[in-house]
Ligand binder design. Structure first.
Ligand SMILES: Cc1cc2nc3c(=O)[nH]c(=O)nc-3n(C[C@H](O)[C@H](O)[C@H](O)COP(=O)(O)OP(=O)(O)OC[C@H]3O[C@@H](n4cnc5c(N)ncnc54)[C@H](O)[C@@H]3O)c2cc1C
Length: 488
Protein backbone atom coordinates (compact mmCIF):
# COMPACT_ATOMS: atom_id res chain seq x y z
CA UNK A 1 0.00 0.00 0.00
CA UNK A 2 1.32 3.45 -0.90
CA UNK A 3 2.34 5.55 2.12
CA UNK A 4 1.92 9.31 2.31
CA UNK A 5 4.00 11.07 4.97
CA UNK A 6 2.70 14.22 6.62
CA UNK A 7 3.79 16.40 9.51
CA UNK A 8 1.93 18.80 11.79
CA UNK A 9 1.93 20.06 15.38
CA UNK A 10 -1.30 18.48 16.64
CA UNK A 11 -3.38 15.64 15.22
CA UNK A 12 -7.00 15.45 16.34
CA UNK A 13 -8.79 12.13 15.71
CA UNK A 14 -12.57 12.43 15.23
CA UNK A 15 -14.48 15.48 14.02
CA UNK A 16 -17.41 15.89 16.40
CA UNK A 17 -17.90 18.64 18.98
CA UNK A 18 -14.91 17.53 21.06
CA UNK A 19 -12.63 17.28 18.02
CA UNK A 20 -13.78 20.60 16.59
CA UNK A 21 -13.14 22.36 19.90
CA UNK A 22 -9.75 20.70 20.40
CA UNK A 23 -8.73 21.73 16.87
CA UNK A 24 -9.98 25.31 17.26
CA UNK A 25 -8.25 25.77 20.61
CA UNK A 26 -4.96 24.25 19.40
CA UNK A 27 -5.07 26.39 16.25
CA UNK A 28 -5.75 29.54 18.27
CA UNK A 29 -2.67 28.73 20.37
CA UNK A 30 -0.64 28.87 17.21
CA UNK A 31 -0.43 25.15 16.41
CA UNK A 32 -0.74 23.63 12.97
CA UNK A 33 -3.56 21.09 13.18
CA UNK A 34 -4.75 18.10 11.16
CA UNK A 35 -8.21 16.77 11.96
CA UNK A 36 -8.94 13.18 10.88
CA UNK A 37 -12.50 11.97 10.35
CA UNK A 38 -13.47 8.48 9.37
CA UNK A 39 -16.86 9.27 7.82
CA UNK A 40 -17.69 11.20 4.65
CA UNK A 41 -19.00 14.11 6.72
CA UNK A 42 -17.98 15.44 10.11
CA UNK A 43 -20.26 15.87 13.06
CA UNK A 44 -20.61 12.40 14.56
CA UNK A 45 -23.19 12.28 17.31
CA UNK A 46 -22.75 15.99 17.88
CA UNK A 47 -24.37 16.91 14.56
CA UNK A 48 -27.50 14.87 15.26
CA UNK A 49 -27.83 15.47 19.00
CA UNK A 50 -30.54 17.44 20.76
CA UNK A 51 -28.21 20.43 20.91
CA UNK A 52 -28.91 21.16 24.57
CA UNK A 53 -26.21 22.50 26.87
CA UNK A 54 -26.48 22.79 30.59
CA UNK A 55 -24.86 25.96 31.84
CA UNK A 56 -24.17 26.20 35.58
CA UNK A 57 -24.77 29.50 37.31
CA UNK A 58 -21.76 29.01 39.56
CA UNK A 59 -19.61 26.42 41.32
CA UNK A 60 -22.56 25.07 43.35
CA UNK A 61 -23.16 22.90 40.32
CA UNK A 62 -19.93 21.04 41.10
CA UNK A 63 -21.35 19.90 44.46
CA UNK A 64 -24.39 18.55 42.67
CA UNK A 65 -22.36 16.68 40.02
CA UNK A 66 -20.05 15.35 42.70
CA UNK A 67 -23.06 13.79 44.43
CA UNK A 68 -24.22 12.18 41.16
CA UNK A 69 -20.78 10.78 40.43
CA UNK A 70 -20.71 8.48 43.48
CA UNK A 71 -16.92 8.64 43.50
CA UNK A 72 -16.48 7.72 39.83
CA UNK A 73 -14.65 10.95 38.93
CA UNK A 74 -12.21 13.00 40.97
CA UNK A 75 -13.55 16.23 42.39
CA UNK A 76 -10.84 18.26 40.64
CA UNK A 77 -12.08 17.03 37.24
CA UNK A 78 -15.64 17.96 38.11
CA UNK A 79 -14.43 21.38 39.25
CA UNK A 80 -12.51 21.87 35.99
CA UNK A 81 -15.69 20.95 34.07
CA UNK A 82 -17.88 23.41 35.97
CA UNK A 83 -15.29 26.17 35.78
CA UNK A 84 -15.14 25.78 32.00
CA UNK A 85 -18.91 25.44 31.70
CA UNK A 86 -19.60 28.71 33.53
CA UNK A 87 -17.50 30.50 30.89
CA UNK A 88 -19.22 28.96 27.90
CA UNK A 89 -21.74 31.66 27.18
CA UNK A 90 -19.05 34.31 26.84
CA UNK A 91 -16.82 31.95 24.88
CA UNK A 92 -19.60 31.32 22.38
CA UNK A 93 -20.16 35.08 22.08
CA UNK A 94 -16.48 35.65 21.40
CA UNK A 95 -16.69 33.01 18.68
CA UNK A 96 -19.64 34.76 17.05
CA UNK A 97 -22.65 32.84 18.40
CA UNK A 98 -25.31 33.06 21.04
CA UNK A 99 -26.88 30.63 23.48
CA UNK A 100 -30.59 30.95 24.19
CA UNK A 101 -33.01 29.00 26.42
CA UNK A 102 -33.84 25.57 24.99
CA UNK A 103 -37.37 25.04 23.79
CA UNK A 104 -39.47 22.19 25.06
CA UNK A 105 -41.19 19.56 22.94
CA UNK A 106 -44.49 20.20 24.69
CA UNK A 107 -45.42 21.85 28.00
CA UNK A 108 -46.66 18.53 29.38
CA UNK A 109 -43.44 16.79 28.36
CA UNK A 110 -41.33 19.36 30.22
CA UNK A 111 -43.45 19.15 33.36
CA UNK A 112 -43.22 15.38 33.26
CA UNK A 113 -39.49 15.11 32.53
CA UNK A 114 -38.11 17.85 34.69
CA UNK A 115 -40.91 19.01 36.93
CA UNK A 116 -39.94 22.55 35.95
CA UNK A 117 -36.30 22.12 37.00
CA UNK A 118 -33.30 22.20 34.67
CA UNK A 119 -31.48 19.48 36.63
CA UNK A 120 -32.23 15.80 36.13
CA UNK A 121 -32.13 14.97 39.84
CA UNK A 122 -33.90 17.82 41.63
CA UNK A 123 -34.16 15.77 44.83
CA UNK A 124 -30.46 16.43 45.47
CA UNK A 125 -30.54 19.24 48.07
CA UNK A 126 -29.61 22.74 46.93
CA UNK A 127 -30.29 22.35 43.22
CA UNK A 128 -32.79 25.12 42.84
CA UNK A 129 -31.80 27.56 40.15
CA UNK A 130 -28.22 26.27 39.82
CA UNK A 131 -28.20 25.84 36.04
CA UNK A 132 -29.95 26.72 32.80
CA UNK A 133 -30.65 24.59 29.75
CA UNK A 134 -29.50 26.48 26.66
CA UNK A 135 -28.95 25.81 22.97
CA UNK A 136 -27.53 27.65 19.98
CA UNK A 137 -29.64 30.44 18.58
CA UNK A 138 -30.79 29.89 15.01
CA UNK A 139 -33.66 29.48 12.61
CA UNK A 140 -34.16 25.76 12.72
CA UNK A 141 -36.60 23.52 14.57
CA UNK A 142 -36.25 22.73 18.23
CA UNK A 143 -33.94 19.98 19.53
CA UNK A 144 -31.62 20.31 16.56
CA UNK A 145 -27.91 19.68 16.92
CA UNK A 146 -27.60 21.27 13.48
CA UNK A 147 -27.24 24.77 14.84
CA UNK A 148 -24.54 23.61 17.22
CA UNK A 149 -22.70 21.75 14.51
CA UNK A 150 -22.90 24.59 12.01
CA UNK A 151 -21.49 26.91 14.62
CA UNK A 152 -18.45 24.77 15.43
CA UNK A 153 -17.78 23.50 11.91
CA UNK A 154 -17.91 27.04 10.51
CA UNK A 155 -15.39 28.09 13.16
CA UNK A 156 -13.13 25.23 12.01
CA UNK A 157 -13.57 26.23 8.36
CA UNK A 158 -12.95 29.91 9.05
CA UNK A 159 -9.59 29.04 10.55
CA UNK A 160 -8.61 26.96 7.53
CA UNK A 161 -7.93 23.89 9.67
CA UNK A 162 -7.01 20.87 7.56
CA UNK A 163 -9.91 18.40 7.90
CA UNK A 164 -9.29 15.03 6.25
CA UNK A 165 -12.61 13.23 5.73
CA UNK A 166 -12.90 9.47 5.01
CA UNK A 167 -9.57 9.08 6.78
CA UNK A 168 -9.90 6.73 9.75
CA UNK A 169 -7.04 6.70 12.22
CA UNK A 170 -5.76 3.16 12.76
CA UNK A 171 -2.84 3.33 15.18
CA UNK A 172 -1.09 5.71 17.52
CA UNK A 173 2.69 5.87 17.27
CA UNK A 174 4.93 6.04 20.32
CA UNK A 175 8.64 6.84 20.38
CA UNK A 176 11.24 5.18 22.59
CA UNK A 177 10.63 7.69 25.37
CA UNK A 178 6.99 6.55 25.48
CA UNK A 179 5.67 9.80 23.95
CA UNK A 180 2.85 9.72 21.41
CA UNK A 181 4.43 11.23 18.33
CA UNK A 182 2.14 10.36 15.48
CA UNK A 183 -0.81 8.62 13.93
CA UNK A 184 -1.21 6.03 11.19
CA UNK A 185 -4.41 6.51 9.22
CA UNK A 186 -5.87 5.24 5.96
CA UNK A 187 -7.39 7.13 3.09
CA UNK A 188 -8.47 5.97 -0.32
CA UNK A 189 -6.36 2.82 -0.18
CA UNK A 190 -3.27 4.69 1.03
CA UNK A 191 -1.52 4.66 4.38
CA UNK A 192 -1.23 8.14 5.85
CA UNK A 193 1.62 8.46 8.33
CA UNK A 194 1.41 11.73 10.27
CA UNK A 195 4.12 12.98 12.57
CA UNK A 196 2.66 15.03 15.43
CA UNK A 197 5.31 17.41 16.73
CA UNK A 198 3.34 18.46 19.81
CA UNK A 199 0.58 16.02 20.58
CA UNK A 200 -2.39 13.87 19.59
CA UNK A 201 -5.97 14.37 20.77
CA UNK A 202 -8.40 11.44 20.67
CA UNK A 203 -12.00 12.53 20.16
CA UNK A 204 -13.40 9.60 18.21
CA UNK A 205 -16.56 9.06 20.24
CA UNK A 206 -17.87 5.91 21.86
CA UNK A 207 -18.69 2.34 20.85
CA UNK A 208 -22.44 2.62 20.21
CA UNK A 209 -22.13 0.74 16.93
CA UNK A 210 -19.82 -2.05 18.06
CA UNK A 211 -21.86 -5.07 19.10
CA UNK A 212 -18.96 -7.01 20.61
CA UNK A 213 -17.88 -4.09 22.80
CA UNK A 214 -21.45 -3.42 23.89
CA UNK A 215 -21.91 -7.06 24.80
CA UNK A 216 -18.67 -7.08 26.80
CA UNK A 217 -19.02 -3.76 28.57
CA UNK A 218 -22.64 -2.71 29.03
CA UNK A 219 -24.33 -4.09 32.12
CA UNK A 220 -26.84 -6.24 30.22
CA UNK A 221 -26.52 -9.16 27.83
CA UNK A 222 -29.32 -8.25 25.43
CA UNK A 223 -29.59 -6.17 22.27
CA UNK A 224 -28.97 -2.47 22.87
CA UNK A 225 -29.65 -0.22 19.87
CA UNK A 226 -28.04 3.12 19.05
CA UNK A 227 -29.41 6.21 17.43
CA UNK A 228 -26.41 8.34 16.59
CA UNK A 229 -23.46 8.14 14.22
CA UNK A 230 -22.74 4.65 12.85
CA UNK A 231 -19.03 5.55 12.70
CA UNK A 232 -18.72 5.42 16.49
CA UNK A 233 -17.29 1.93 16.79
CA UNK A 234 -14.84 2.30 19.68
CA UNK A 235 -11.74 2.79 17.50
CA UNK A 236 -10.20 5.30 19.91
CA UNK A 237 -10.56 2.89 22.80
CA UNK A 238 -8.74 0.16 20.91
CA UNK A 239 -5.96 2.54 19.81
CA UNK A 240 -5.51 3.92 23.32
CA UNK A 241 -5.52 0.45 24.89
CA UNK A 242 -2.87 -0.73 22.46
CA UNK A 243 -0.43 1.87 23.69
CA UNK A 244 -1.15 1.28 27.36
CA UNK A 245 -4.06 3.53 28.41
CA UNK A 246 -6.19 2.66 31.40
CA UNK A 247 -9.95 2.68 30.87
CA UNK A 248 -12.85 3.98 32.91
CA UNK A 249 -16.65 4.23 32.87
CA UNK A 250 -16.94 1.47 30.25
CA UNK A 251 -20.30 0.24 31.57
CA UNK A 252 -21.86 3.70 31.64
CA UNK A 253 -24.08 4.98 28.83
CA UNK A 254 -26.90 7.42 28.21
CA UNK A 255 -29.76 5.21 27.20
CA UNK A 256 -33.22 6.26 26.18
CA UNK A 257 -36.00 4.17 24.68
CA UNK A 258 -36.03 3.76 20.96
CA UNK A 259 -37.82 2.04 18.18
CA UNK A 260 -35.73 -0.01 15.75
CA UNK A 261 -37.11 -0.43 12.25
CA UNK A 262 -35.40 -3.19 10.29
CA UNK A 263 -34.94 -0.86 7.32
CA UNK A 264 -32.81 1.61 9.31
CA UNK A 265 -29.37 1.04 10.86
CA UNK A 266 -29.91 3.53 13.62
CA UNK A 267 -32.95 3.51 15.95
CA UNK A 268 -35.58 6.23 16.48
CA UNK A 269 -35.76 8.26 19.72
CA UNK A 270 -39.26 7.68 21.13
CA UNK A 271 -41.33 9.76 23.48
CA UNK A 272 -44.98 10.36 24.28
CA UNK A 273 -46.14 13.94 24.26
CA UNK A 274 -49.42 13.39 26.12
CA UNK A 275 -50.24 11.36 29.25
CA UNK A 276 -52.39 8.62 27.67
CA UNK A 277 -49.76 5.87 27.63
CA UNK A 278 -48.29 3.08 29.73
CA UNK A 279 -45.41 0.62 29.37
CA UNK A 280 -45.91 -3.11 29.68
CA UNK A 281 -43.46 -5.98 29.58
CA UNK A 282 -43.59 -8.98 27.25
CA UNK A 283 -46.29 -10.45 29.45
CA UNK A 284 -48.51 -7.40 29.45
CA UNK A 285 -47.57 -6.24 32.96
CA UNK A 286 -46.79 -2.67 34.01
CA UNK A 287 -43.54 -2.31 35.94
CA UNK A 288 -42.73 1.37 36.46
CA UNK A 289 -44.10 4.90 36.92
CA UNK A 290 -43.90 5.72 33.23
CA UNK A 291 -44.45 9.44 33.51
CA UNK A 292 -41.53 10.55 35.65
CA UNK A 293 -38.83 7.99 34.89
CA UNK A 294 -35.46 9.54 34.19
CA UNK A 295 -34.85 10.13 30.53
CA UNK A 296 -31.25 9.00 30.16
CA UNK A 297 -31.33 6.09 32.60
CA UNK A 298 -33.66 3.80 30.67
CA UNK A 299 -31.17 0.94 30.79
CA UNK A 300 -31.53 0.81 34.55
CA UNK A 301 -35.30 0.43 34.26
CA UNK A 302 -35.17 -2.48 31.87
CA UNK A 303 -32.02 -4.27 32.99
CA UNK A 304 -33.77 -6.58 35.48
CA UNK A 305 -32.83 -10.17 34.65
CA UNK A 306 -35.32 -12.85 35.65
CA UNK A 307 -33.08 -15.62 37.02
CA UNK A 308 -35.87 -18.15 37.20
CA UNK A 309 -36.78 -17.88 33.55
CA UNK A 310 -33.36 -16.76 32.35
CA UNK A 311 -34.64 -13.78 30.43
CA UNK A 312 -34.97 -10.02 30.39
CA UNK A 313 -38.75 -9.51 30.64
CA UNK A 314 -38.42 -5.78 29.85
CA UNK A 315 -36.49 -6.09 26.61
CA UNK A 316 -38.34 -5.07 24.63
CA UNK A 317 -41.21 -3.36 26.37
CA UNK A 318 -44.30 -2.04 24.67
CA UNK A 319 -45.65 1.47 24.86
CA UNK A 320 -49.44 1.27 24.76
CA UNK A 321 -51.13 4.54 24.02
CA UNK A 322 -54.41 6.19 23.17
CA UNK A 323 -55.81 8.34 20.41
CA UNK A 324 -54.89 11.61 22.15
CA UNK A 325 -51.25 10.52 22.49
CA UNK A 326 -51.22 9.44 18.85
CA UNK A 327 -52.50 12.84 17.75
CA UNK A 328 -50.25 14.87 20.07
CA UNK A 329 -47.26 14.72 17.77
CA UNK A 330 -44.76 12.32 16.30
CA UNK A 331 -43.54 9.66 18.72
CA UNK A 332 -40.11 10.17 17.17
CA UNK A 333 -38.24 13.10 18.69
CA UNK A 334 -37.92 14.15 15.15
CA UNK A 335 -35.02 16.55 15.13
CA UNK A 336 -32.49 14.32 16.83
CA UNK A 337 -30.71 11.16 15.80
CA UNK A 338 -29.05 9.85 12.69
CA UNK A 339 -32.42 9.04 11.07
CA UNK A 340 -33.35 12.70 11.26
CA UNK A 341 -32.31 13.32 7.66
CA UNK A 342 -33.31 9.89 6.46
CA UNK A 343 -36.94 9.46 7.44
CA UNK A 344 -39.74 11.94 8.04
CA UNK A 345 -41.97 10.53 10.77
CA UNK A 346 -45.60 11.58 10.26
CA UNK A 347 -47.07 14.20 12.58
CA UNK A 348 -50.07 12.01 13.46
CA UNK A 349 -48.11 8.71 13.48
CA UNK A 350 -50.46 7.39 10.81
CA UNK A 351 -47.81 6.51 8.23
CA UNK A 352 -46.03 4.39 10.85
CA UNK A 353 -49.26 2.49 11.54
CA UNK A 354 -49.48 1.79 7.84
CA UNK A 355 -45.87 0.60 7.80
CA UNK A 356 -46.66 -1.81 10.63
CA UNK A 357 -44.24 -0.08 13.05
CA UNK A 358 -47.16 0.96 15.28
CA UNK A 359 -49.89 -1.56 15.97
CA UNK A 360 -53.48 -0.35 16.01
CA UNK A 361 -56.28 -2.37 17.62
CA UNK A 362 -59.92 -1.66 18.34
CA UNK A 363 -60.10 -3.97 21.34
CA UNK A 364 -57.73 -5.24 24.00
CA UNK A 365 -58.02 -8.91 22.93
CA UNK A 366 -57.05 -7.86 19.42
CA UNK A 367 -54.07 -5.87 20.76
CA UNK A 368 -52.98 -8.76 22.98
CA UNK A 369 -53.14 -11.15 20.05
CA UNK A 370 -51.07 -8.89 17.84
CA UNK A 371 -48.45 -8.48 20.58
CA UNK A 372 -48.47 -12.24 21.33
CA UNK A 373 -49.53 -11.50 24.90
CA UNK A 374 -51.93 -13.23 27.22
CA UNK A 375 -55.27 -11.39 26.87
CA UNK A 376 -56.24 -11.87 30.52
CA UNK A 377 -52.92 -10.40 31.69
CA UNK A 378 -53.24 -7.31 29.47
CA UNK A 379 -56.88 -6.83 30.47
CA UNK A 380 -55.93 -7.12 34.12
CA UNK A 381 -53.16 -4.52 33.69
CA UNK A 382 -55.39 -2.03 31.85
CA UNK A 383 -58.24 -2.62 34.29
CA UNK A 384 -56.02 -1.85 37.28
CA UNK A 385 -54.41 1.14 35.61
CA UNK A 386 -57.75 2.67 34.60
CA UNK A 387 -59.02 2.11 38.12
CA UNK A 388 -55.95 3.97 39.47
CA UNK A 389 -56.75 6.85 37.13
CA UNK A 390 -60.33 6.93 38.46
CA UNK A 391 -59.13 6.92 42.06
CA UNK A 392 -56.43 9.49 41.30
CA UNK A 393 -53.68 7.38 42.83
CA UNK A 394 -51.36 4.76 41.39
CA UNK A 395 -50.80 2.52 44.42
CA UNK A 396 -48.62 0.08 42.45
CA UNK A 397 -46.01 2.37 40.88
CA UNK A 398 -46.65 5.84 42.23
CA UNK A 399 -47.30 7.62 38.93
CA UNK A 400 -48.31 11.12 40.00
CA UNK A 401 -51.97 12.02 39.87
CA UNK A 402 -51.50 14.81 37.32
CA UNK A 403 -49.99 12.33 34.85
CA UNK A 404 -52.66 9.62 35.19
CA UNK A 405 -54.98 9.28 32.21
CA UNK A 406 -57.09 6.20 31.59
CA UNK A 407 -56.72 4.35 28.30
CA UNK A 408 -59.77 3.78 26.13
CA UNK A 409 -60.02 2.21 22.66
CA UNK A 410 -58.72 2.42 20.03
CA UNK A 411 -55.36 1.26 21.37
CA UNK A 412 -51.95 1.64 19.83
CA UNK A 413 -48.67 -0.10 20.69
CA UNK A 414 -45.03 0.20 19.72
CA UNK A 415 -42.03 -1.90 20.78
CA UNK A 416 -39.40 0.00 22.74
CA UNK A 417 -35.75 -1.03 23.06
CA UNK A 418 -32.91 0.35 25.14
CA UNK A 419 -31.18 2.73 22.75
CA UNK A 420 -27.88 4.49 23.25
CA UNK A 421 -27.47 8.21 22.90
CA UNK A 422 -23.87 7.45 23.64
CA UNK A 423 -21.45 5.37 25.63
CA UNK A 424 -19.40 7.24 28.18
CA UNK A 425 -16.43 4.91 28.64
CA UNK A 426 -12.93 5.04 27.23
CA UNK A 427 -9.39 6.05 28.16
CA UNK A 428 -9.12 7.47 31.66
CA UNK A 429 -8.07 11.10 31.75
CA UNK A 430 -7.21 13.82 34.22
CA UNK A 431 -8.32 17.44 34.56
CA UNK A 432 -5.77 18.43 31.92
CA UNK A 433 -7.40 15.94 29.48
CA UNK A 434 -4.20 13.87 29.59
CA UNK A 435 -4.76 10.16 28.96
CA UNK A 436 -3.59 8.06 31.90
CA UNK A 437 -2.14 4.58 32.02
CA UNK A 438 -3.56 1.94 34.42
CA UNK A 439 -1.31 3.31 37.20
CA UNK A 440 -2.68 6.82 36.76
CA UNK A 441 0.45 8.13 35.03
CA UNK A 442 -0.05 10.40 31.99
CA UNK A 443 0.90 8.97 28.62
CA UNK A 444 3.03 11.84 27.31
CA UNK A 445 1.49 13.94 24.52
CA UNK A 446 -1.78 11.98 24.36
CA UNK A 447 -5.06 13.72 25.23
CA UNK A 448 -8.73 12.75 25.01
CA UNK A 449 -12.06 14.54 25.20
CA UNK A 450 -15.78 14.08 24.59
CA UNK A 451 -17.76 10.91 25.08
CA UNK A 452 -14.61 8.85 24.53
CA UNK A 453 -13.73 8.25 28.18
CA UNK A 454 -16.10 10.92 29.42
CA UNK A 455 -16.07 11.95 33.04
CA UNK A 456 -19.63 10.66 33.62
CA UNK A 457 -19.33 7.43 35.52
CA UNK A 458 -22.64 6.96 37.30
CA UNK A 459 -25.76 9.15 37.15
CA UNK A 460 -25.79 11.40 34.12
CA UNK A 461 -27.05 14.95 34.28
CA UNK A 462 -28.82 15.73 31.01
CA UNK A 463 -26.92 17.91 28.54
CA UNK A 464 -23.52 17.62 30.19
CA UNK A 465 -22.00 15.71 27.28
CA UNK A 466 -21.81 18.54 24.77
CA UNK A 467 -20.56 20.93 27.42
CA UNK A 468 -17.89 18.38 28.30
CA UNK A 469 -16.89 18.13 24.63
CA UNK A 470 -16.34 21.88 24.52
CA UNK A 471 -14.67 22.29 27.90
CA UNK A 472 -12.29 19.32 27.72
CA UNK A 473 -11.88 19.55 23.94
CA UNK A 474 -10.47 23.03 24.51
CA UNK A 475 -8.31 21.96 27.45
CA UNK A 476 -6.91 19.08 25.36
CA UNK A 477 -6.24 21.32 22.35
CA UNK A 478 -4.53 24.02 24.41
CA UNK A 479 -2.39 21.57 26.35
CA UNK A 480 -1.34 19.69 23.24
CA UNK A 481 -0.50 22.94 21.44
CA UNK A 482 1.63 24.28 24.28
CA UNK A 483 3.91 21.24 24.46
CA UNK A 484 7.43 21.85 23.20
CA UNK A 485 8.03 20.14 19.85
CA UNK A 486 9.37 16.57 20.13
CA UNK A 487 13.08 16.11 19.91
CA UNK A 488 13.80 13.94 16.92
C1 LIG B 1 -29.88 11.72 19.36
C2 LIG B 1 -28.92 12.24 20.36
C3 LIG B 1 -29.27 13.33 21.15
C4 LIG B 1 -28.36 13.84 22.08
N1 LIG B 1 -28.67 14.99 22.72
C5 LIG B 1 -27.75 15.58 23.52
C6 LIG B 1 -27.97 16.87 24.07
O1 LIG B 1 -28.98 17.51 23.79
N2 LIG B 1 -27.02 17.38 24.90
C7 LIG B 1 -25.86 16.71 25.20
O2 LIG B 1 -25.05 17.22 25.97
N3 LIG B 1 -25.61 15.50 24.66
C8 LIG B 1 -26.51 14.94 23.81
N4 LIG B 1 -26.24 13.73 23.23
C9 LIG B 1 -24.92 13.12 23.46
C10 LIG B 1 -23.87 13.90 22.66
O3 LIG B 1 -24.39 14.22 21.39
C11 LIG B 1 -22.57 13.11 22.46
O4 LIG B 1 -22.12 12.52 23.62
C12 LIG B 1 -21.50 14.08 21.90
O5 LIG B 1 -21.98 14.65 20.71
C13 LIG B 1 -20.20 13.35 21.65
O6 LIG B 1 -19.34 14.21 20.96
P1 LIG B 1 -17.90 13.71 20.56
O7 LIG B 1 -17.26 14.81 19.86
O8 LIG B 1 -17.24 13.11 21.74
O9 LIG B 1 -18.21 12.48 19.57
P2 LIG B 1 -18.91 12.53 18.16
O10 LIG B 1 -19.65 13.80 17.96
O11 LIG B 1 -19.68 11.29 17.99
O12 LIG B 1 -17.68 12.57 17.16
C14 LIG B 1 -16.79 11.48 17.07
C15 LIG B 1 -16.30 11.43 15.63
O13 LIG B 1 -15.17 10.54 15.55
C16 LIG B 1 -15.26 9.83 14.32
N5 LIG B 1 -14.42 8.64 14.38
C17 LIG B 1 -14.67 7.45 14.95
N6 LIG B 1 -13.63 6.61 14.79
C18 LIG B 1 -12.68 7.30 14.08
C19 LIG B 1 -11.39 6.98 13.58
N7 LIG B 1 -10.82 5.78 13.75
N8 LIG B 1 -10.69 7.94 12.91
C20 LIG B 1 -11.23 9.16 12.68
N9 LIG B 1 -12.48 9.51 13.12
C21 LIG B 1 -13.18 8.59 13.83
C22 LIG B 1 -16.75 9.55 14.21
O14 LIG B 1 -17.13 9.22 12.89
C23 LIG B 1 -17.35 10.88 14.68
O15 LIG B 1 -17.54 11.77 13.62
C24 LIG B 1 -27.11 13.19 22.27
C25 LIG B 1 -26.76 12.08 21.50
C26 LIG B 1 -27.65 11.62 20.53
C27 LIG B 1 -27.23 10.46 19.65
Amino acid sequence: METVNMETDVVVIGYGAAGANAAIAAHDKGAKVILLEKMATGGGNSRVCGGNLIIPRDMRFADYLDKLSFGTAEREIIDAFVEGATQLESLVKEMGGELVPSQALSPWYTRRRLGGSSVSFPKVPGTENIARLLSFKGQEDIMSGNRLWRFFSSNVERRGINVMLRTPAKELVKNQRGEVVGVIAESDGRTISIKARKGVVLTSGGFENNNAMKWDNLPIKAPVMFMGNPGNTGDGIRMAQKIGAGLWHMGRSSTIMGFKAPEYESAFYMTFLAPGFIYVDKYGRRFVDEATQFGHEFLDYVSFFDMKNLEYPYIPIYGIFDEEARLSGPLYVHNAGYNRDKYKWSLDNKAEIERGWIIEAKTLPELAKRLSMDTASLENTLGKYNESCKMGTDAEFGRPKEHLKSLEPPYYAISLWPTLLNTQGGPRRDKGARVLDPDGMPIPRLYAAGELGSIWGFLYQTSCNIVECIVFGRIAGINAATNPPIES
